[in-house]
Write a protein that binds this ligand. Structure first.
Ligand code: BV8
Length: 239
């Protein structure tokens, strides 16, 4: 365990990936083959797949959403939520690639869901039109209340632009500590965040039992649900 006592002036960016939710029972994308019904995520989570076979893509999200609706945050989510609650969102920026909403469920005041939310649908015609919340299977042929287009999962697919990029870049340019938790570092632009943090002079730490071999100063090869409570406990002087 590294001896790290962030002082008052520390500004932290935490990037989380599927590994943060693994202990909650949400399967990751690339461990154990990471296939869904023999499809690679990159094939199903795309606008082309949606246009080609909406029912296949709806089934992909319905199955994950129904599973996610039954799981709870784990001690890793709880630790990040406590850290941001105590030190405030100005000092602790939580950016997640996950679409499961578990950091918010754990009580984190402000989460940047850069890949969207599986628990919401949006108009396939315009992101500006009203989004709706769903818990289980997506109602078939649900239409936008504004333009009557079909609704689609409110997630960022491959080939689509991630959310709140400017806000994330601003946080990375000003951070002194960058923590990547449970991500394989395969998907861009998230995989490039460590480089941006390094250029800002931040100390870069990874928490992952299988280090991604990105340019981190420290690789803590421990599961997030064990490591994060330990790190945050020490930082918040929790006994
Ligand atoms: C973009 C939402 C341009 C959907 C996701 C060709 C055409 C178009 C684009 C591209 C292209 N080729 C490459 C690209 C770029 C592409 C990309 O990166 N492709 C990859 C495959 C090479 N990226 C994009 O298309 C992005 N958009 O580039 O737009 C642009 C960009 C910026 C500005 C302007 C324009 C959009 C990518 C978003 C795709 N949507 N999700 C959904 O969820 O269905 S990505 C998907 O993968 C999830 O969000 C997931 O989080 C993410 C990344 O995976 P990880 O989270 O890292 O999960 P993984 O399973 O890989 O790893 C888990 C890790 O956890 C492992 O390392 C494991 O060891 C560890 N672990 C396991 N247990 C634990 C643990 N760690 C800690 N504790 C544990 N207990």
């Amino acid at each position: 365990m590294i001896e790290l006592r962030p002082e008052e002036s520390t500004r932290i960016v935490v990037l989380s990936g599927a590994g943060l939710s693994a202990a909650s029972g949400v399967p990751t994308f690339r461990d154990k083959g990471g296939l869904w019904e023999g499809h690679r995520v990159e094939e199903v989570a795309t606008p082309g797949a949606w246009l080609k076979d909406r029912s296949l893509v709806r089934r992909f999200y319905d199955e994950r959403r129904e599973r996610i609706a039954t799981v709870l945050p784990n001690p890793g989510h709880d630790a990040l939520a406590r850290l941001q609650t105590r030190w405030g969102p100005e000092r602790v920026t939580l950016v997640t690639q996950n679409v499961d909403g578990l950091l918010t469920k754990a009580g984190a005041p402000e989460v940047i869901e850069m890949h969207g939310s599986i628990m919401h649908l949006r108009c396939e015609g315009s992101e500006e039109h009203p989004h709706i919340q769903v818990a289980g299977a997506q109602p078939k042929n649900k239409r936008c209340s504004v333009c009557k287009s079909l609704m689609r999962p409110d997630v960022v697919w491959f080939g689509e632009v991630p959310r709140e990029a400017d806000r994330v870049h601003d946080a990375l340019a000003n951070c002194t500590l960058f923590l990547a938790v449970g991500t394989s570092g395969r998907v861009y632009p998230a995989a490039g965040f460590v480089q941006l943090a390094r250029s800002a002079g931040a100390l870069c730490i990874e928490v992952n039992p299988k280090p991604s071999r990105g340019p981190f100063d420290h690789a803590l090869s421990e599961p997030a649900e064990n490591m994060l409570p330990e790190l945050v406990g020490a930082w918040l002087n929790e006994d």
